[in-house]
Structure formats: structure tokens, C-alpha cells
Design a protein around this ligand. Structure first.
Ligand code: ADP
Ligand code: MG
Length: 349
């Protein structure tokens, strides 16, 4: 689709690498005192004073992690930032800077990269993030994006994946499975479009799940809320690969077991109806779907009154001794071992 319109668009060759970098990054403003030097030198200079620095990076490859036939570039830019910020928030830290590296082939005109950067701009504005650097190069085939997120926290606040203790409660923010079901709808529409390009689909019934797939939000608000509630989780992880795989990470690193209750898993009603339509089991979708970018954490039972009744949180289970293993307690009360069916980029389709 991009090729057809390239005639009226600006080729990247015209600008050259430095012109392109300038053009794409000129409007970004520095918002943090910790950013001493941002874009424009050989390296960014940051100063976190007496705080600890957190660094997390992700690589996104066209055709593996995203499909431009249903992912608008603006959304892709926004989502690529969210995916990285989510990892910093999962440490109970504040995200402050990002670097963005991108490789594209000559099928991408300047306007395509402008779209991509408009999503990055929006994410930086809404989440108060400084863009402090990156790299720009060409690719022979698809688009490649690598974003590094940097954050800060006082040492005592940092929450690791390890640290869950028997009898701790297992808590998730938001609801699960929506991003995966949004992807199913988008994939189906792509097939319909191939057969009948004139078909104008009415996707309004799916707007929530499609938005969760195309425009996820990292849970900065949850980290702030936990701070206000004076709750420091004993362990935490973000849900990128599906609840099951993330729970197993917490159990493994904390050397504990857990019971997860199927009837407690938070599901949006539109996820339940989409699962019925696609003949998928909603529990399996929540366990293995991925890309929810919610936070999964454990808290001491004593802290339960502090988050009880808060609509942002659902207690889905509790931590047990290691030898008890990690289980799903199903609706009919059978005990099923949890397996990591998390999304595996090396699995054969
Ligand atoms: P170098 O030759 O040292 O790699 P570059 O010319 O690639 O330097 O980059 C110049 C400046 O622009 C650096 O500050 C770099 O971090 C920044 N930069 C390069 N590409 C991007 C990008 N895609 N997004 C944001 N900043 C970028
Ligand atoms: Mg460079």
C-alpha cells in the first residue's frame, strides 16, 4: 500500500540521514532536570543524583511483532514506547527518558516516519518522557524499531520479580485478554479485506478490544496509585506474554508456588463476547494471550484493606509454598498446573 502513493511523497534520500534526524526530532522538548544533554551530541548525559537508574530495552521487527497492514504507524510509535515504559513501571519506578532507534527500507517515505514519530511524540507528552537519542539507518526489507526506556527510583521503592512470600495476595491491574482478542478481530478483517476490498466493516462493537491492541497504555497510574496507597508490592512484573507465564516468573524467582482462581480473572464483557464469537476459551486467552501491559504483583495480606474495593485492582489468587507448585483453581474446583504458554517468538506458526 505504501508503494502506490510514494510518487507524491518525500523520499528519505532527499533529506539524508542528518536532515531526517533533525526533522523527526526537532519538536521534542526536554521535561526532566535529570536530562543534562539530550539529542545532538555523541551521547546523552543524564544525572539522577542519589537515585537509582533503571534501563530496559526492546526490539520490534515488522512481520514478527507488528503488521503494518492493520497497525497504523502512529499507533505503532505510541505502542513501541508503551511497551518499554511498562517495563520501567513494573519495577515500581518512574520512567523519564527514552532512546528510539529505527531502520526502514526506501519503501517508507518521510511522511510514514512522521506518522510514526507523531505517536512517539504523543506518548512522550502524555507520560512526561524526554526523547534523548537514538539511531537511524536503512533496512533492506521491513521496519525495525528498538526503544530503550530509562527511569529512576529511590532504592527502597524498587520492586523486583523476586520477593513474593507464602500467603501474599496475587493482584492484577485492569482486565486481561482484550489485546489478544483485538488482534483476532484485526486479523479476520485483514482476510475479509483481501477477498473484498470494498467492504466497509463495522467494528464499533469491538472498539475496546481493538484499542487495547493498537493503543495500549502502560500503567504509570497504577505505580502512582500504589504510592498513594502506601503499598509496596513484594514482587511485580508487567503482563506482556500472558498471565500464566508472568505468574510463573514470579513463582520461579521468588521460589514460591501459587493458586490462581479462574473465577477471579478480570475480563471485560466485550472480551467474553468476542471469545464466544471466535470459539475461544476466555480463561485461556487471559492466561496466554499477551500484550495486556497490565501489572501483576503480590502484596502482604495486611495490605489488603488498602486496595480492597479499588476498581483498578483484582485479587486473583495467593502465594503458597514452593513445593505446592503453581496452579489454576478452575470454576469446578479442579487444580490444573499452570504452564508457560506465553507468546513465543521462536515457535513455528
Ligand atoms: P552517531 O553518528 O554518533 O550515531 P547520529 O548522527 O546517528 O550520531 O545521531 C545524532 C544525534 O541524533 C544523537 O544525539 C542521536 O542520539 C540522535 N538520534 C539519531 N537517530 C535518532 C532517532 N531516530 N530518534 C531520536 N534521536 C536520534
Ligand atoms: Mg547514529
Amino acid at each position: 500500500m505504501l508503494e502506490d502513493k510514494n510518487q507524491e511523497k518525500t523520499s528519505l534520500e532527499k533529506l539524508g540521514e542528518f536532515g531526517l534526524i533533525d526533522h523527526l526530532t526537532q519538536h521534542f522538548k526536554i521535561q526532566h532536570k535529570s536530562t543534562i544533554k539530550g539529542i545532538g551530541d555523541d551521547a546523552a548525559v543524564l544525572d539522577f543524583k542519589d537515585k537509582k537508574t533503571l534501563v530496559s530495552t526492546d526490539l520490534l521487527i515488522e512481520g514478527i511483532h507488528f503488521d503494518l497492514s492493520y497497525m497504523p504507524l502512529k499507533h505503532l510509535g505510541y505502542k513501541a514506547v508503551m511497551v518499554n515504559l511498562s517495563d520501567v513501571y513494573a519495577m515500581n519506578a518512574r520512567a523519564t527518558q527514552i532512546t528510539v532507534s529505527v531502520a526502514v527500507s526506501n519503501r517508507f517515505p518521510l511522511e510514514a516516519l512522521e506518522e510514526f514519530y507523531s505517536g512517539i511524540t504523543l506518548a512522550c507528552e502524555l507520560y512526561k518522557i524526554d526523547l534523548v537519542g537514538g539511531d537511524t539507518t536503512s533496512s533492506t526489507t521491513g521496519m525495525i524499531i528498538s526503544i530503550t526506556a530509562i527511569g529512576e527510583a529511590v532504592e527502597e521503592d524498587i520492586v523486583y520479580r523476586s520477593g513474593a512470600k507464602p500467603n501474599d495476595l496475587l493482584v492484577v491491574s485492569g482486565d486481561l485478554g482484550a489485546a489478544y482478542m483485538g488482534l483476532q478481530v484485526l486479523k479476520r478483517e485483514k482476510e475479509v479485506f483481501k477477498v473484498n476490498p470494498n467492504n466497509q466493516p463495522d467494528l464499533s462493537a469491538y472498539s475496546y478490544i481493538i484499542e487495547r491492541q493498537l493503543k495500549p497504555e502502560a500503567r504509570k497510574d497504577v505505580v502512582e496509585l500504589l504510592g498513594k496507597l502506601n503499598i509496596k508490592p513484594t514482587s511485580m512484573i508487567d503482563i506482556s506474554d500472558g498471565l500464566s507465564s508472568e505468574i510463573l516468573h514470579l513463582c520461579k524467582q521468588g521460589e514460591v508456588g501459587c493458586n490462581l482462581f479462574e473465577d477471579k480473572i478480570p475480563l471485560d464483557p466485550t472480551v467474553i463476547s468476542a471469545c464466544e464469537e471466535f470459539k475461544l476459551d476466555s480463561t485461556l486467552v487471559a492466561l496466554s494471550g499477551g500484550e495486556d501491559y497490565e501489572l501483576l504483583f503480590t502484596i502482604d495480606q495486611k495490605k489488603f484493606p488498602d486496595l480492597k474495593g479499588n476498581p483498578n485492582f483484582t485479587v486473583v489468587g495467593h502465594i503458597t509454598d514452593k513445593h505446592e507448585g503453581a496452579h489454576l483453581i478452575s470454576r469446578n474446583n479442579s487444580k490444573i498446573p499452570l504452564t508457560a504458554q506465553g507468546w513465543n517468538s521462536f515457535a513455528k506458526a
